[in-house]
Design a protein around this ligand. Sequence first.
Ligand code: ARG
Length: 465
Amino acid sequence: MSNKMWGGRFSERPDEIMEEINVSIDVDRHLFAQDIAASKAHAAMLASQGIITGSDAKNIGKGLDTILSEIGKGGFTFKRALEDIHMNVESRLSELIGPAAGRLHTARSRNDQVATDFRLYVRDVLDETDAALAAFQASLVNRALEHAATVMPGFTHLQTAQPVTFGHHLLAYVEMAARDRGRFQDARKRLNESPLGAAALAGTSFPIDRHATAKALGFDRPMANSLDAVSDRDFVLETLSAASICAVHMSRFAEEIVIWTSPLVGLIRLSDKFTTGSSIMPQKRNPDAAELVRAKTGRVIGALNGLLIVMKGLPLAYQKDMQEDKQGAMEGFAALSLAIRAMTGMVRDLVPDEAKMKAAAGEGYATATDLADWLVRTLKMPFRDAHHVTGRIVAKAAEGGVALHELPLKDMQAVEPRITKDVLGVLSVESSVKSRTSFGGTAPKNVASQAKAWAKRLEKERKSG
Ligand code: ARG
């Protein structure tokens, strides 16, 4: 027998390979809740517009509720021969309520159905991602408050550059996460319009109320152009773009954790909960979670690239190619969600080695800029000259194999006679970070107040939540 949902003009069954390439139920079954919600809104609207009877709409609604609970309980059999979630649900509905089920598909098409379902799905993803990022920020802020004054080396080119505080470093990721959240919230605003009622592509001759279904599904308004409504997937692309940027942030942080936990560096220790052992080398503590966060980024960016490539040559309106929009996106979203949650866990219980951080912060003449700044401030030297003088002093310290603050004053004075013992006050790593009080700088006072401000902001958000 040919397909019972669309097989009217067909006499032969599809080839097995046709079925195999066409079927999407393994992926779009994840849209069951959205599909049922959209169908319920559609049926209620059809009744209130007098397009179907109230009693048919009631039976349809009840039948859909039954299907929702069957699927929720795992008692629903998804049939590959029925291709997709829409036809699986409708076919079960007709088993449950008989011919009235056939009225549900009045004034709609699977094209506006799937576009609606996937918008609702991605909207949930956006909301969940926002909540996960808020939790990530909260764990960073907690640790930043605790470590507002913990000195660590700051790096450029992965070379020790200037001392910073660990809290300051963590707050950098809070800022990145805030921008990520902004991008997701922004995507949500543009996504939140309803394609339902666009029908196959041209709209419908039935007197439907698209504003009513849009409202029932929590959309801000119906999409204004039926061709656009069924044929664009920019809401997925935009979400995947934001997800890719966010995943890159997670990946950079993960890479830092991998570096910091290397025994060669040893700035932090991850908890046992986020570390694995080696089956052959008993001494190993591998940062697998961080490595996998780094790798999962590939899935997210891959999903974005994949869908851009699917979409790039498609004429309006719906093309079956677009069925390929879901699998990669769903996997990409799941990968990002796991990455955010893993980073949150690692941040929550990592232990910095404060003594080692402080020692490392002073290595490599990290306070050389402080010396140069002292020369500018106290001796009114132009910065370029101060840079040169400092360079010669650093060379002397290197020759003697000592840190800058350990170099005898007379050796400094041999380079620049006007240097006084006052200079020693700026050469320690603590006084270096303390002096960086410019807005956004690393001074512990700044960091503590920024962390407190963030804590307040996140708390307020949670309450209004
Ligand atoms: N499974 C399809 C998809 O995900 C649903 C829409 C099918 N529309 C159609 N005209 N065949 O895109």
